[in-house]
Design a binder for this molecule. Structure first.
Ligand SMILES: [Cu+2]
Length: 166
């Protein structure tokens, strides 16, 4: 690994600024594959300093905030789409089977608490913000066919699917 690829950028946080002032310690975001020797070498080369100690830690990535847009292109039917995450370990479960379960049971396998819902009348768009962390997500329309109370939810008519965030 070339030393110019090891260091990604200096990290400026309240903690790193404090440590810089009090302990002569500097923080950098580094390439995930770099070892301490490479980091030491790279910092010495780039900043022309002598490095006495390297400590590394893995920072957990912030969830990415995303916004879904659902456009209803149907001539007359409303849609209500939900997007929710599959709980880790249940990724191989069949989406149709999960959707057919009573909500309480399905809640063991998917996370409804963090779900987002989008509603749109024909020709309109609905928006749903969601925190995306790596994993599998299911989307499904819960609107009943014909808008009738006892109408089949659209997901039973094929309005569902899944995607994976990596
Ligand atoms: Cu629908």
């Amino acid at each position: 690994m070339d030393h110019t690829n090891v260091i990604i950028r200096p990290l400026v946080t309240e903690k790193s600024t404090h440590q810089q002032a009090t302990r002569n310690s500097y923080a950098f975001e580094v390439h995930a594959g770099a070892n301490k020797q490479q980091i030491k070498h790279a910092v010495e080369k780039i900043y022309d300093v002598k490095v006495t100690d390297v400590r590394t830690m893995t920072r957990k990535g912030k969830p990415r905030r995303a916004k879904f847009k659902m456009t209803n292109a149907a001539p007359k039917e409303d849609h209500m789409m939900a997007v929710f995450k599959v709980r880790p370990g249940n990724e191989s479960m069949d989406v149709d089977k999960l959707l057919a379960m009573p909500q309480k049971k399905a809640g063991k396998f998917v996370d409804f608490d963090d779900a987002t819902f989008m509603e749109a009348e024909p020709g309109a768009s609905g928006y749903g913000p969601i925190n995306l962390t790596p994993g599998k997500y299911i989307y499904a329309c819960f609107f009943p066919e014909g808008g009738k109370k006892n109408g089949k939810p659209h997901f039973l008519l094929g309005m569902s699917g899944s995607f994976t965030v990596s």
